[in-house]
Design a protein. Structure first.
Length: 344
């Protein structure tokens, strides 16, 4: 049995860092293992212009732990009023790596998202022209669509029409959760798909059976077991279309346990240990580096990291149940299995 595994240092292609005191508390949990991350722009207010992205990047860099080597890859929040020329300028300067599309009302802080997709056609055309990827939160928000069907309907009603109308637009299906998402990704060129740590581990029973488990509630919500298994098969397949985007999303425990039940799983701290366990269980440890460290950079046209990390198998790793922030505790995702792989 393999007892140690050395990988190129991984990247996180979908990360929430929040801002202010929360940013300072959670950022070290990512920089400990990850070299780069695509930073989600759904702050309050959202990051919609190049100037706002530059200011947010500066706040992230100022909050870095001493000696940390970490590059935030900034994104812009697409709205119906987004200026295509501002997007192009931010991309040309090297500031912005992608643009994020949230359907209005789909998830945390998405009220400013897109409701009329015809209004963003000009921005999408410009992005295709300059080679700037579009990252999509792939859910419709129509009231008549069941929450467990939102992703499949989004592919048919929104994603496929966008791609047909905008040839050459490089697209990332973020945090896919269904067999439908896996199959669509496999059928496409110029398309990547991120898969989260928690969606490889939990299905909807983990949220609902035996009482509601708020810390497993996320958006997109976890689906049936058949979909979780399809995600695991995709992640461990070696297919370069699939790469890690943790969607690690910190919320104070008070917010997670409130009637609002904020959506998000905080996985930055223990993701690499969980993934090693999952890939070992599926006989795919030799493909872990591709999923965490190679496929994402290849899609975004970036070099893989030169630095490495080493995973060592031994006695179960003891991760804290929570991390402290100045505003209160944030609970770490519990995979409900022993984690034998530690990171150095």
């Amino acid at each position: 049995m393999t007892q140690s595994l050395t990988l190129r240092r991984p990247d996180d292609w979908h990360l929430h860092l929040r801002d202010g005191a929360m940013l300072g508390a959670v950022l070290p949990e990512t920089t400990r293992h990850f070299a780069r991350a695509i930073i989600m722009p759904n702050l309050v207010p959202p990051v919609v212009t190049g100037a706002q992205a530059a200011a947010y990047r500066d706040r992230i860099l100022a909050a870095l732990p001493e000696g940390a080597a970490f590059t935030p890859l900034m994104t812009l929040y697409l709205t119906e009023d987004t200026d295509a020329e501002d997007v192009a300028k931010a991309h040309a300067s090297g500031l912005v790596t992608a643009v994020k599309l949230y359907p209005a009302g789909a998830t945390t802080n998405s009220a400013s998202g897109v409701a009329n997709f015809d209004k963003v056609r000009g921005v999408l055309d410009k992005m295709a022209e300059i080679g700037l990827p579009l990252c999509l939160h792939g859910e419709v928000t129509d009231e008549d669509i069941d929450i467990f069907d939102r992703e499949a309907v989004f592919i048919d009603r929104v994603l496929d029409p966008i791609r047909r109308a905008t040839p050459g637009l490089r697209t990332v299906m973020e945090h896919i959760t269904t067999r439908d998402g896996v199959e669509y990704a496999k059928s496409q060129d110029d398309l990547g798909a991120t898969i989260t740590t928690h969606h490889l581990v939990i299905n909807r029973n983990h949220i609902l059976v035996g009482g509601i488990k708020p810390h497993y509630y996320c958006l997109p919500v976890a689906k049936r077991e058949e979909h979780r298994l399809a995600l695991r098969a995709a992640a461990t397949s070696g297919d370069a279309r699939f790469f890690l985007g943790t969607d690690s999303a910190p919320h104070l425990d008070a917010a997670k346990l409130s009637p609002c039940g904020c959506a998000g799983c905080f996985t930055a701290t223990n993701t690499m240990s969980i993934l090693a366990e999952v890939f070992e269980q599926d006989g795919a440890l030799d493909r872990l580096e591709g999923f965490t460290s190679l496929n994402g950079p290849a899609f975004y046209g970036l070099p893989a990291n030169d630095e490495t990390i080493t995973l060592t198998r031994g006695t179960p790793v003891d991760y804290p149940a929570q991390i402290a922030t100045p505003e209160g505790p944030v609970t770490l995702f519990d995979p409900q299995m022993p984690l034998h792989w530690s990171v150095s």
